[in-house]
Design a protein around this ligand. Sequence first.
Ligand code: ATR
Length: 283
Amino acid sequence: MTDDQPSRPAHVPLAGVIGMPIAHSRSPRLHGHWLRRYGIAGHYIPMPVMPEHLAEVLRALPRLGFVGINVTIPHKEAVLTLADAVTDRAALIGAANTLIFRPDGKIHADNTDGYGFIANLRQNAPDWQPDAGPAAVIGAGGAARAVVASLLDSGVRELRITNRTRIRSEQIKAEFGARLVVYDWAQAGNMLEGAATVVNATSLGMEGKQPLRVPLDALSPDALVTDLVYTPLMTPFLLDAQARGCRVVDGLGMLLHQAAPGFERWFGRRPEVDEETRRIVLE
Ligand code: ATR
């Protein structure tokens, strides 16, 4: 034991991800790669956790040598009520994906999805300007909330949103404010007119699901189009946008970048997201 970690057993640092199911998670592969790349003694472990065991697990993990964890479905909302401190952005989004177990035993909850989303755009479209024109977000689930928060934070002046279930976009507007304009799902094509940044934040287009069908006639070839779905990397929506001359950015980078702040906090080194990282996670 060190002086500043009186309640923690001396051990190589442990981190991991909790969810249910968890077998499909790519996070262990990603963090394992970074641990090896930087020669850091540590482990990152996938852990299936049932909702009824969540509180007990969160109490136990720091005592086992865990310095923090990622959180995925279905626990992203519930962990907020169990954390001792919640960042403003996690509170605004209503979900956390990254927990830090502090040496004093307190649990700190953050949401890095929005950071990951923006970092992916900045890396793959370096001249992207958030204030070049309206942003259009398709979808209003948990992932869309993180995207909306980060786009507003980046300086987008008008953010249009549409969702199959309109009430969810109305709810987001009620929480995020005057820069949002809600469009009806049937008007999704109109929403794209003049948009500079277009995001699919629904799960449509994922392998095994229907493609996202939005008429792209109004979409300008100057728009930057991105998709949160990364299986496949090039979704039908991105392929259609690309065929219209738009620049497209796939969603894998968001997964990689959202993981970086947690890795840095737990293991003390900011990891790089590069081609090798992408390759390892895709293998
Ligand atoms: P996540 O946290 O990944 O965003 P979610 O909260 O379940 O997951 O949100 C999924 C998003 O995909 C929602 O915007 C959802 O629309 P609804 O709010 O109407 O459910 C959207 N979505 C999923 N299946 C869809 C479908 N078949 N047609 C249209 N939208 C769909």
